[in-house]
Design a protein around this ligand. Structure first.
Ligand SMILES: NC(=O)c1ccc[n+]([C@@H]2O[C@H](COP(=O)([O-])OP(=O)(O)OC[C@H]3O[C@@H](n4cnc5c(N)ncnc54)[C@H](OP(=O)(O)O)[C@@H]3O)[C@@H](O)[C@H]2O)c1
Length: 309
């Protein structure tokens, strides 16, 4: 069996072989894949596309809030925007992007837009992708994810692969797949290896085993709930280890958490409707945590998720 590795979402595709029954990109394809470059603030995905490592999350935002937040995020320098059909704010996201492009401080090519196929669309995934394109008012989506496992993931995945071939999406991935078994199941039918897995991940739920396991496929992990999500942020911000590091580095708890995730190789998409917070969240590239400090945060892990979707 052969698996297709698509390069940059374009027609420059290569057939790759499978090793030991597992999908494996050729070694030369893997050079630099998954390595975070914090200077350019990007990571190379296993399909050759380049993804920004920090961006804005838009869950719970209204269309009006999403438009403002996306605009401010792009204005302050963020280039990654995360949304989902389920959030019902794709129209606002699209308006924020259009406004930023119109003002001329960013181009479409510089922006990386992620959206997700809504579970209620799983029986009409191809149409769901078209609906997202229409609401976002975009010609292509940079990354599309299955929002969460369902009963017909294979068909949904196939629709994403078809959309990638058609140039409607550049990269494809999955969300809320937490175990090796769940990922293996996707790999058993995937013709294109997922580029990204977006999962709940924060100081209390780190799940490093998954990241280690999928690194052989060049799959990049992306964290949702970097601050524990609305209603749990104070528990995360007021953790003693985080507070100590914040004092030491003269940074906020939010900035310590984001910097820790970035240095550990997780793409971060903190959600916010507050322009000051968005600016603060992006201001994490002028300091560094030592290995000892990184370990002190790793030790906070309690293997405890807030959600169980
Ligand atoms: N794939 C999935 O199933 C899934 C699930 C959940 C979320 N997500 C994605 O992941 C993103 C992140 O998750 P989330 O937004 O739910 O939770 P989060 O980023 O952990 O936390 C968001 C909360 O943090 C606050 N906040 C943000 N920056 C702050 C700062 N610098 N200082 C103080 N408070 C700050 C926000 O309030 P303000 O608005 O006041 O700043 C909001 O209350 C979502 O927006 C969404 O795009 C994906």
């Amino acid at each position: 069996m052969a698996v297709m590795m698509l390069c940059c979402g374009c027609s420059d595709s290569k057939e790759e072989t499978i090793d030991d029954g597992k999908l494996k990109p050729e070694e030369e394809e893997m050079v630099d894949v998954g390595v975070f470059d914090l200077e350019s603030q990007t990571v190379k995905l296993n399909d050759g596309n380049i993804m920004p490592v920090i961006g804005l999350g838009t869950w719970t935002l209204s269309n009006e809030e999403a438009e403002e937040s996306v605009y401010h995020a792009l204005k302050c320098g963020m280039r990654l925007i995360d949304t989902a059909r389920y959030y019902r704010c794709e129209v606002g996201v699209g308006k924020g992007i259009a406004r930023a492009i119109e003002e001329g401080f960013v181009t479409r090519e510089e922006i990386f837009v992620t959206t997700k196929i809504m579970p209620s669309d799983y029986d009409r995934a191809a149409q769901g992708i078209n609906d997202s394109l229409k609401d976002l008012n975009l010609d292509y989506i940079d990354l599309i994810l299955i929002h969460q496992p369902g009963s017909n993931d294979e068909a949904v995945y196939r629709a994403m692969e078809d959309a990638q071939k058609a140039g409607k999406v550049h990269s494809i991935g999955i969300s809320n797949y937490y175990t090796k078994q769940q990922v293996d199941e996707v790999l058993s039918y995937a013709k294109v290896i997922p580029a990204v897995i977006q999962n709940e991940n924060h100081i209390y739920y780190q799940n490093d085993e998954l990241k280690e396991y999928v690194s052989q496929y060049g799959i990049v992990l992306e964290s949702w709930y970097p601050f524990g999500g609305r209603g749990h942020t104070s528990e995360n911000f007021n953790n003693e280890v985080i507070l100590d590091l914040a004092t030491k580095h003269e940074k906020s708890s939010a900035q310590i958490i984001l910097r820790w995730q970035l240095q550990d190789g997780y793409v971060v998409i903190p959600g916010s409707s507050n322009p000051d917070h968005i600016r603060e969240n992006y201001d994490v590239f002028d300091f560094e945590l030592s290995e000892e400090e990184m370990n002190s945060v790793r030790e906070i892990d309690q293997n405890q998720r807030y959600e169980n979707w």
